[in-house]
Design a protein around this ligand. Structure first.
Ligand code: AP5
Length: 215
């Protein structure tokens, strides 16, 4: 099963991706995580990407093409994959469509997680991250021990781009560049919209109901 997770910043894509990936044994491919890894390693890509990400802007499409191409050609993607945060523009969607067609694959379903703006801001301002990739929220999804990861006990931190000014820019970028993908994929009859305003387990139940049709 080949899945795309679509939704604004803070919609819960990463949170649900972790659950989907475990339940359906699919590799979770997050372009945000790949870029943050490159920033932490100080790679050429990371240095270039950081200047955009710090402002809450999208990284130029051409910086991501080779990364996605290489990642989707890895062996673990042959039986399916879960894309989180890619595509985010119509040119990226066109590129992905061509890449998959070249290897005789296609997208099966796009899960569009919808959440109101006010709730998105609440979620992003309270998000805390662990270097192992686990995400928490100080109120909605707190760790068992304050400031520490449940899985590895490491210190939690706030993402640089979760600061209020950057969050505002990310929401603007989403509306301008990513939201048009909803129409793009709706026309291809691939889109299922999920109410992302519910509690985390209830959203996952709704996702499972959609995915049952494709499994
Ligand atoms: P990326 O890392 O992909 O960020 P994003 O899309 O903005 O999404 P987030 O990770 O902020 O949110 P999420 O939807 O995963 O929510 P989460 O589950 O963490 O991208 C970062 C940047 O990289 C971009 O701005 C861009 O610059 C660049 N980039 C990446 N991909 C790119 C691309 N393809 N093209 C160009 N540039 C690209 O949840 C958020 C919080 O809410 C957490 O605290 C969580 O615990 C909590 N929460 C989750 N679900 C619920 C719930 N149901 N109820 C209450 N709280 C909840």
């Amino acid at each position: 099963m080949n899945i795309i997770l679509l939704g604004p910043p803070g919609a819960g894509k990463g949170t649900q991706a972790k659950k989907i990936s475990e339940q359906y044994s699919l590799p979770h491919i997050s372009t945000g995580d790949i870029l943050r890894h490159n920033i932490s390693m100080n790679t050429h890509l990371g240095i270039k990407a950081k200047s955009y990400m710090d402002k809450g802007e999208l990284v130029p499409d051409e910086l991501l093409v080779d990364i996605i191409k290489a990642r989707l050609s890895e062996k673990d993607c042959s039986a399916g994959f879960l894309l989180d945060g890619y595509p985010r523009t119509i040119p990226q969607a066109d590129t992905l469509g061509k890449l998959l067609a070249d290897s005789k694959r296609k997208i099966d379903v796009i899960l569009n997680i919808h959440v109101d703006d006010e709730e998105l801001i609440n979620r992003l301002s309270g998000r805390r991250m662990c270097s192992c990739g686990t995400s928490y929220h100080v109120l909605f999804n707190p760790p068992a021990k304050e400031g520490k990861c449940n899985a590895c006990n490491c210190e939690l931190y706030q993402r640089d781009d979760d600061k209020p000014e950057t969050v505002r820019n990310r929401l603007v970028a989403y509306k301008k560049q990513t939201q048009p993908l909803i129409d793009y994929y709706n026309k291809k009859a691939l889109l299922s919209t999920i109410d992302g305003g519910k509690d985390i387990p209830l959203i996952f139940e709704d996702i499972r109901k959609v995915l049952e049709k494709y499994d």
